[in-house]
Design a protein around this ligand. Sequence first.
Ligand code: G3I
Length: 391
Amino acid sequence: MSCRILAGLTLILMFVRCQAKPEFAPTPTLPPSLGPTATLFPWISERGGQTFLKSRLGKCLFRSPLPVIYPATSGKLRELAEVNGVWVGTSVAANPLLRKNEYSTAVARDFNLIVPEVGLKFEIVHPEPDRYDFCQMDTILAFAEANGMRVRGHPLVWEQQLPPWVRELSLSQEQWKALLQDHVSRLVTRYRGEIEEWDVVNELFKEEGTLKETIWYENVGPEYIELALRWAHDADPNARLFINEFATENLNSKSNALYALAQDLLARGVPLHGIGFQMHLTESNPPNPAQVADNFRRFGELGLEVQITELDVRILKPVTPENLAHQAEIYQALMEVCLSAPNCDTFVMWGVSDRNSWINYVHEEWGSPLILDEAYAPKPAYWALVETLQP
Ligand code: G3I
């Protein structure tokens, strides 16, 4: 290649890099939906000091293919889940999936569904008014595709992990609506056909069953729930849309309120397809399996799917073999409830192994919440699930 051609190419590359902008560039003081959205070079993005080339649709294209682990390495749990037509899932972080390591191997070996643990949180995916960043979610999707896994979208609307710019906004109600609509629509539209189910609204009730006064409730109004479901449906009419809540597995004030809300939304033709039961549980106070079954049944009678979406069972330290055996019984009982409910086929745990759980930094006196231990080895709870899925 002649020097002249090389110099020309270098100049073009320098120009492209200088022009490279985040994906959307609306006027910073306005919510993104109120500003222009096109950029000159949407196919280049910078992340962690690396330049990612993006496809025409703006997806991240990685320099090397993501590791393909399954089916060459497959564990009993995933094998049996597939035999039974059950989805056994885990929440994941994006970065460790980029390479083959203990973490990515355990993810693909033992689970057939993944959920971004933080990759779609507002602060990550929409860090500035004029910038969306989909690289974490794209990594997770690419890994799922390479290893034959389903993906849940989580969450579209939540009050936590919001970036400071959202908390600092001073807008009219119409502008708040426009901001939330933009956020919901962009996420769902981008992954149309790839993410088939979404936690549209996450954690909306107080313990006694009234709606939380979240930033969205205060600024958009209580109708933010219905609006978010409608916007998500407009963006992907084939996606299944969920409300995801914690401490609603038993029959109690909160699950009664959730049931009443679901009934009301359905009666008014709002697109709602299922309820996610998070189930962040303690080994010392597990739910009542008969009540969980009744609860699942009543939502089923409304025509709704139910999913266990964030299961973990934390144990008060020091953890003993007896605690672990009891924890295994709790996991097993919940899998049995799900298997016997005609409207439940999805059983997701919140974290890959005890090494990765959020419990480690939020509830420090508690530990050992998951089915793989700190070395990614199966615990009694893992074998209890295997036993339950055995034909
Ligand atoms: O990665 C950054 C790190 O670079 C930085 O140094 C550090 C400083 O605080 O923060 C790290 O990010 C943290 C992230 O977890 C890492 O995984 C965030 O601060 C922290 O807020 C974030 O917490 C997550 C939390 O949701 C809030 O989004 C937890 O991992 C995640 O397990 C938790 O998940 C929620 C579900 O979405 C909804 N249900 C309850 C569940 C547990 O709280």
